[in-house]
Design a protein around this ligand. Structure first.
Ligand code: COA
Length: 178
């Protein structure tokens, strides 16, 4: 893998994905301060306050320095505003993916679009072997986002379902969710 000297920028039809920075604090607080997001994302408390967003930015910057985490701001190209976050947390040749979108923007297939771009980045640029995500069993919107992007259900851990996508999915045959 060629070394990544600067944080990557990804583009889709409607979205720009770029590194989070300190100017994003207000937008992060506005959108992430939502119990429907907090109940599905481990490191988002509710209420979500300015110091939580500032801490996140330092975590993100440090994570990229160590090439351990790629945390993207999801930017709506039509307004240039931050509307969510999507991340890859690396562990060797695997990574966990996590994401959330401001509730105002739900239901427009925007996360499906962001996930596709980050998967391509993870497999092609980072040369990952496997990307996984863990969701509550009742988080149907997130299950759909993953399934539409070719993830497969791998295992259930209590009330959490793990979905995986491999660089070469033909190497395995996990249970597929209908
Ligand atoms: C999960 C989340 C990111 C989805 O974002 P989104 O941009 O609305 O997702 P998309 O529009 O790309 O796709 C959602 C799909 O679920 C469907 N959906 C949404 N709510 C649903 C529900 N309650 N029951 C069944 N389907 C539902 C949508 O219709 C869509 O399917 P479709 O494309 O077949 O129409 C967003 O709801 C969110 O931020 N939730 C809180 C944080 C979170 O759960 N993160 C994931 C942790 S694993």
């Amino acid at each position: 893998m060629k070394p990544l000297l600067v944080f990557p920028e990804l583009h889709t039809e409607r979205l720009h994905l770029r590194q989070l920075n300190i100017d994003d604090v207000d937008a992060l607080v506005r959108h992430a301060n939502n119990p429907r997001i907090a109940e599905n994302i481990l490191n988002i408390p509710y209420p979500y306050r300015e110091h939580d967003a500032v801490f996140l930015i330092s975590f993100v910057v440090q994570g990229f320095k160590e090439r351990k985490r790629f945390v993207f701001a999801i930017i709506d190209k039509s307004t240039n505003a931050l509307i969510g976050e999507i991340s890859l947390h690396l562990n060797g040749n695997m990574a966990q993916m996590a994401y959330w979108l401001g509730e105002t923007f739900w239901g427009q297939k925007l996360t499906t679009e962001a996930v596709a771009a980050v998967l391509q980045f993870g497999f092609e640029r980072l040369e990952l072997e496997l990307i996984y995500a863990e969701c509550h069993e009742d988080n149907i919107a997130s299950h759909k986002v993953l399934l539409k992007n070719g993830f497969l259900k791998n295992r259930t851990m209590g009330k959490v379902i793990q979905f995986i996508k491999e660089a070469n999915q033909s190497r395995k045959s996990p249970e597929e969710v209908s």
